[in-house]
Design a protein around this ligand. Structure first.
Ligand code: UDP
Length: 387
């Protein structure tokens, strides 16, 4: 007699490619679930805009890089919409327009657990699910200045990366027992010891005789990366420079067309970010939450040169006040910060230690455990209510 196939619970992840952070965090949790539980759970990722939203919302992932290139307007929108009442008014007015799309999403993806890794997934999907629904967990991917739309009172659990994010959750009317401070999930490789750095650099084709500085502007290659490269080139520091233009193809082409006095390597969107961070000595970056958290886990000191007003504003004091990096918004300040670390290795080493102190390398695995606990608890509750 054939034994019936064991039910493999399905975990649905809601995210969107608006920036790189939501996808990276989602993939990190899925990786942790696989590492901790093998193939016990089936996982699925749905882009809430690209896959389901009606137009023009559907185009948001494609338009996002252009939208955030007007950071002041973005910041204004962020502040005007921030607050539980404002979010609820905006969501209620959008509901008639998105209702049928999100009802279709929940119909087409029956799940045992839903994990929202995007602030704008919470309201429409919770509404579309109605009362009889699987447990719903939010994983917040902003560090400090978290927008109120991340916090929905109907969720079973809201997992946040920092104590500051927990305080904002309570201010946004979540109950303390709905919130857990765990950390921001990043790929397991960022959290592993670097191994043989020389070998890693040889593998990447980078020099082994000088410090390597990596410059990145999030997944979209945002910020004045070209000006920063020019400023570093002008002073010809004894470093190798790795520039990651992300999905910004025009920037990549421009950077590749130039000559540089120091060894310089230009990339588009790279998949090997963990190797890059573990092989580097300094990271120059915009204050993206994903990149910051990855660098902290890799013990990589940071020079932050810009931030997206609104959700990234709090990330600068978060890094700087604990000594894990410096804020240098002008290219000459970046050069000064680099010089300082090159000349003052003790200070550089203290910054490496500060990164390691702020890191939460177990966040992704802890989140995987919490998700499974939530799923199992719900299953027991259901069985009990049937009995
Ligand atoms: N990233 C990547 N390859 C690239 C550029 C960026 O994998 O070429 C990843 C980076 O490691 C991070 C994410 O994209 O995980 C960027 O997230 P962050 O929150 O820093 O910024 P966002 O792009 O969301 O504004």
């Amino acid at each position: 007699m054939n034994t019936p196939a064991k039910h493999q619970p399905n975990i649905l992840f809601l995210f969107s490619d608006t920036g790189g952070g939501h996808r990276s965090a989602t993939e990190a949790i899925i990786e942790a679930l696989n590492l901790e539980y093998g193939d016990q759970y089936r996982t699925e990722m749905v882009d809430i805009f690209k896959d389901y939203a009606p137009p023009p919302l559907k185009m948001l992932p494609a338009l996002y890089p252009r939208i955030v290139r007007a950071p002041q307007a973005w910041g204004l929108g962020y502040h005007l919409s921030d607050g539980p009442k404002r979010v609820s008014v905006l969501s209620a007015s959008a509901w008639p327009y998105v209702r049928s799309s999100y009802r279709r999403l929940v119909r087409e993806h029956p799940s045992d657990l839903i994990v929202s890794v995007h602030s704008l997934a919470n309201e429409p999907v919770l509404r579309a699910l109605g009362h009889e629904r699987p447990p719903f967990v939010t994983v917040v991917t902003d560090l400090v200045s978290v927008h109120a739309s991340w916090y929905h009172r109907w969720v079973d659990l809201c997992i946040v990366p920092t104590e500051a994010a927990r305080r904002r959750a309570i201010k946004s009317l979540l109950e303390p027992e709905q919130v857990r401070v765990v950390g921001l999930p990043v790929a397991d490789q960022f959290c592993q010891p670097p191994g043989d750095v020389e070998e890693l650099r040889q593998h990447l084709g980078w020099p082994t005789d000088r410090p390597v500085v990596v410059l990145v502007g999030g997944g979209e290659g945002m910020g004045p990366l070209e000006k920063v490269v020019q400023a570093i080139s002008k002073v010809n520091l004894p470093i190798a420079l790795v520039v990651i233009a992300g999905r910004n193809k025009a920037l990549k082409a421009k950077l590749e067309a130039n000559d540089y006095p120091m060894p310089t390597f230009v990339y588009g969107f790279v998949r090997e970010m963990p190797d890059f961070m573990r092989a580097a000595n300094v990271l120059i970056t915009k204050a993206g939450p994903g990149t910051i958290t990855e660098a902290l886990n890799a013990g990589l000191p940071m020079i932050l040169y810009s931030h997206l007003p609104g959700q990234e504003s709090g990330n600068i004091p978060y890094v700087v006040s604990d000594g894990a990096g410096v804020w240098a918004p002008r290219p000459d300040q970046i050069v000064g910060a680099l010089r300082n670390w090159l000349d003052n290795t003790e200070q550089y080493d203290r910054t490496v230690d500060a990164c390691k102190k702020l890191a939460r390398p177990n966040a992704a695995r802890q989140i995987a455990h919490i998700l499974v606990e939530t799923l199992e608890k719900h299953k027991r509750k259901k069985e009990f209510s049937v009995a």
